[in-house]
Design a protein around this ligand. Sequence first.
Ligand code: ADP
Length: 609
Amino acid sequence: MIKQFFNIMGRYIRPYRKYLAWSIVLNFLSQWLNVFSFTALVPILNILFQVENGQYAYQEFTGIDKDAIINNAYYYVQQLIFEHGQLWVLIMMGTLLIVMTALKTAAYFASSAIIIPFRTGVVRDIRLEVYNKVLRLPLSFFSEERKGDIVARMSSDAQVVETALTSSVDMLIKSPIAILVYFFVLFAMSWQLTLVVLITVPVFGWVMGSVSRKLKRSSKYVQEQWGEIMTELDETLGGLRVIKAFLAENKMMARFTRTNNQYRDAMNEVAIRQSSAHPASEFMGTAMIVFVLWIGGYFILEDHVMDAAMFILYLVMLYSVINPLKEFSKAFYSVPQGLASMDRIDMILKAENNIQDPAEPQQLEKFEQSVEFRNVSFRYQNAETMVLRNIDLTVPKGKTIALVGQSGSGKSTLVDLIPRYHDVTDGEILVDGKNVKAVRLSDLRALIGNVNQEAILFNDTIYNNITFGVSSATMDEVIAAAKIANAHDFIMETEHGYDTMIGDRGGRLSGGQRQRLSIARAILKNPPILILDEATSALDTESERLVQEALERLMKSRTTIAIAHRLSTIKNADEICVLHEGAIVERGTHEELIERGGYYKKLNDMQTL
Ligand code: ADP
């Protein structure tokens, strides 16, 4: 488990090495200052215990002699008392203690503060990496994974990793340093007593370890439940209109209550397990102290190996070592949690992206001849049946091809294959005779413009939504595009014109207005190939006329593949293909198909009734 964690840390730690190095230095400093500030207690205690005057004589040093150092320290204090009186020395010693403590706490603060950029930085890096990956993963990934779950992985899982990192920093730097320093001093003070202490430490560790084993599994479950909650929230926000219309508030409430309670139950389990950490270590700590008190008491009462003041200092030191031990044990809880969350994040990060640029891409800068489907079949991942079967279709430059057919017949899937939102299962798609898999994705997609049934806009200004796909556009160009798209007039009527914010997903605009903005966007991008996916089907007649006009201007001199519901919008297409259950069953011009009297004529008759 620890090894796995190091692997993960290794991935993210590099840029922050210098923070960690400083943290180590500052921790050493702060722990030593801590020890020295405690040492100032001893003379104070001795004064309070009224140690007799003249008890200590100056002792010559022979090398580093612990007893001599202590003895002489006492001697100097004794001399000071002799010269200035007890009270004066007490005040001086107290002042020394305050100064030492001030230094110590300053060093402690610095050692904690220096690590913060590391903590926040790692989480930022993880989030950025996930976001980047989300942008690049193929669309098919997102039909399998639910949006809320991805949100959860990016938000709360990243947070859990942060907590785990923090406590692992405690575990790897702070606690070991503190433990090292204290045990060094403890050994120096009395190795016999300290050996006794060391026997109790493994017991301490074992108790902590035994409580934490199940934690990774249950915390993974907690995060899954959180993902569930986010998914429901996302669905609810997206579906408020329907929920209200179908009076389904109570139903949604019941569903959410259930999920919410499930999350709570899972959370209870983890939190209760977690909260046993503190009492358990508290108990173990006190037991340890009492144990030492027994033994130490024996040393003092029987053997006189140390005086009472020294023993109190020893106990204070020992008590100080308990906290780092506790911190150390806390890592046993948060590291498994962090690992569980990291696993969930890795599900996104390690997801395979099979839609990639080829190793040696062919050139594709301009569109000159045609888009061609050659015997294309397609099946969605994990689906059993083919959604498209043996499609042969050529769209010559400058022509308009229309796709019609009942919903579910595969029209959207067919057009999604051109920009490689999915890759064909069989056959090939060629642009100017080059396989779409053999050219760079960015080259391919630069040639293609989309206008969809639901205009996809972002919560930004009108200007920024129109210039979305282009890096440099002048205001004049934007206005020209908006005029062609029949959008300029309504834009000027909004409060701030082109600087008006359009709300979440364009919520402050009507459907037709949104559609015209997305047409303006396509006009500005100026792609040679245009894909229209039922661009007018969601509109009322008046907006449809405006949008249709805009579309016709857009389609002029471009190569267009249009999916249409209303046949009136595609009457002039150069070729109309009727799709049925994934195969092209009829093709020809409007007149030819009417004359043929087949499926298309039936559709046409139904719509002209
Ligand atoms: P159309 O655009 O003609 O309405 P689609 O291309 O959207 O048809 O869908 C064709 C078929 O593919 C449908 O049967 C649909 O259930 C299926 N389908 C669409 N998207 C997916 C997907 N992401 N995963 C699996 N099956 C899908």
